[in-house]
Structure formats: C-alpha cells, structure tokens
Unconditional design. Structure first.
Length: 341
C-alpha cells in the first residue's frame, strides 16, 4: 500500500486555502520547503512529487511546483528564497533589473546579511554578503539593491581599477541615475577596493565625459599621443534645437569635430536623422569632422590619433609647446609636427 497520496489544495486548512494559489502566482511557482510544510506538506509529500516528476528541486530546500526549464522570474525568486528573508537581487542581476545592462544567461546574484548561512550554488546562484543591506535595498518586487549601490557593487567586482572606472562611466551615462547619487553612495558606503577608481569615473562624468568610449578617446588618443584636449559636449544649434558635439577643438584654433559613435541610441531612426542634419550643418559651416566607434578607439588608438593630428594640423592647430607623445606602441617621428618645438 503506498505511503503517499497525491497532495491537493483541497487538503489545506480552510484558513490557508485562499492564499495558496496567490503565493504560487507571486513566486512564479517556486516555493521553499518551509512554505510547503506550512501548507501541510510533509517531507514524504515533497519527495513523492519530485519522484513522480510533478515537481523539481531547484536549490537546497527550494522547489518548483512544475517541471522543465525555469523562466527568469522563477529563477530570481528561487535564488531569493534560498538566500532567506533579507536576501535581495544585486550586482549583475540587479543591473539587469534596472535596465543598466542587457539580460544574459548568467547566475542570479543575490546579497544576504553576514549572518546568513547561504553560500553560492553555481551555476544557479552567486551569493554576496553585506553589513549594509538596510541602507542599500529598495523594496521593489522582487527586492533589489538601489541603482547607485548596484553600480558601486559592480565596479568593485571588476578585475582591474581601470575597468572599474570605465564601468562607472558607462553605466551612469546610460542611465537616469544622477552622478551625485552615486557620489553620495560612495561617501556613505565606501567600498573596500577601487574607491579612487570609482571616484575618478564620477569625476570624468562630472567633467562632461558621457561614455567609456570618450574616456578611451581622452586617455588613449589625446593624452598618450600629445594631442590637445578638446572641449567636451559642445552645444550647437541645428534646426532650432540645441544638440551636443562629443569633442571640438575650436579653442585650439582648429574647427574640427570628433563624433564618438558608441551609444545604442544612434541606431534609432530619429537620432540617425538628427545626426544627418548635424552633419549637414557642420558641412555648411565648413567644419572638419571625424567619426570613430569603440573598435577604432579601443583597438587602434594610434591610427585614430594619427588621423586626428593630420586634420588638426590641416585646420590650423599649432603643436608648438604641446605635450610629447608617451604612447609605447607607436614611435613618434618628425612627422608629428615638431612636438615641444
């Protein structure tokens, strides 16, 4: 005679029955062992449902009341249930939820208090710990770290300080999160590493650099190759509207515009039309202009610098007294225009 009969919601106490289906809906079919027991399931019930292929074990003490692949919402709730009552989505997962980075097939990242016993369960869950969850959590559904804290957490997790700086510039520039909010976060919750690198990224943003591509252009093209630093985010008026050029060199005597095509918005129809009108306006004003993308600046900064230098010299820039190139990957020659002379 079987020891287990299939469990049914009809077996729930009257007081618990109304909340069972809403619980499953809210948690996308994922429940903890503690929740199951509170609704009348025994360990034998759980084992029998798994054995019969009706349910599946997702994580230690966490179960899905269905079989097959877990949709993303179910994976998020499974990770949070595993982490415990105070667990929140964080790092890459929180960044995905905030729309800071695209969705990807990666483990769900959660942060738990230091007192939690949860440990990482790869490839499903990565567990971080924090003593400041009460200050960094936003009560969304599901709960996740605040936007500024998410950016700082991700920066701290980068392999190098330079990548931490670039990540801060990229994420803040593509979001609606104010630079001041991230600065406040850095002040109130100083990270254990890359503090100076994160602050540098925020300083770059405050000074007009709006993407990691622009950071690369400043450091690897201008600074390393002895080029003058152009003005950032220069306003121009096109068709009665104020638009912004990425880099201009008018202050150095050359009517040259550099466009850094690194933002996803350039792919939209309205922005493409705006850029064409801006090109036409530059042509009518007799301005020289060059356009570079991430691949150009990141992988071939020496070639980009040579082109920019050629146009600057042609348009009237004098390199006399400018900085000497420091790039180790290309050898300066007389063709650089008499740097320092």
């Amino acid at each position: 005679m079987p020891l287990h009969t299939r469990w049914s919601a009809d077996r729930l106490p009257d007081s618990a029955r109304p909340s069972w289906e809403p619980l499953l809906d809210a948690q996308h079919g994922v429940v903890s062992g503690e929740q199951l027991r509170s609704y009348g399931h025994t360990k034998g019930d759980i084992a029998a449902n798994i054995g019969a292929g009706r349910w599946q074990r997702v994580l230690p003490r966490i179960y899905a009341t269905f079989t097959g692949e877990l949709p993303r919402p179910a994976r998020l709730f499974a990770a949070l249930l595993y982490g415990g009552a105070n667990a929140v989505l964080s790092h890459h997962t929180a960044a995905e939820e905030w729309g800071l980075i695209p969705l990807a097939d990666r483990p769900v990242e959660i942060t738990v208090p230091y007192t939690s016993s949860a440990i990482s369960q790869r490839p499903l869950v990565i567990v971080h710990r924090s003593r400041a969850l009460r200050y960094t959590t936003l009560a969304t559904t599901p709960a996740r770290t605040r936007g500024p804290d998410t950016i700082v957490d991700l920066a701290v997790s980068q392999p190098t300080s330079r990548e931490a700086t670039l990540l801060v510039v990229d994420l803040v520039s593509r979001s609606s999160i104010p630079v001041n909010d991230v600065q406040d976060c850095l002040l109130l919750r100083p990270p254990y590493r890359y503090r100076a690198a994160i602050r540098r990224g925020l300083d770059l943003l405050a000074n007009g650099l709006m993407s990691a591509l622009e950071v690369e252009y400043l450091e690897n093209v201008e600074d390393r190759h002895g080029l003058p630093r152009g003005d950032r985010q220069t306003p121009i008026v096109v068709d009665g509207k104020t638009l912004w050029e990425d880099v201009t060199y008018d202050v150095h005597g050359a009517a040259v515009t550099i466009r850094l095509d690194g933002r996803a918005t350039h792919a939209t129809g309205g922005v493409a039309f705006r850029d064409r009108r801006r090109d036409n306006a530059a042509e009518l004003a007799g301005r020289a202009r060059l356009v570079y993308g991430w691949r150009d600046v990141h992988t071939s900064p020496c070639a980009v610098a040579a082109e920019v230098r050629t146009i600057l010299l042609r348009e009237g820039w004098s390199p006399k007294g400018s900085r000497a190139p420091t790039c180790r990957h290309c050898r300066p020659s007389r063709s650089w225009g008499g740097v320092g002379g």
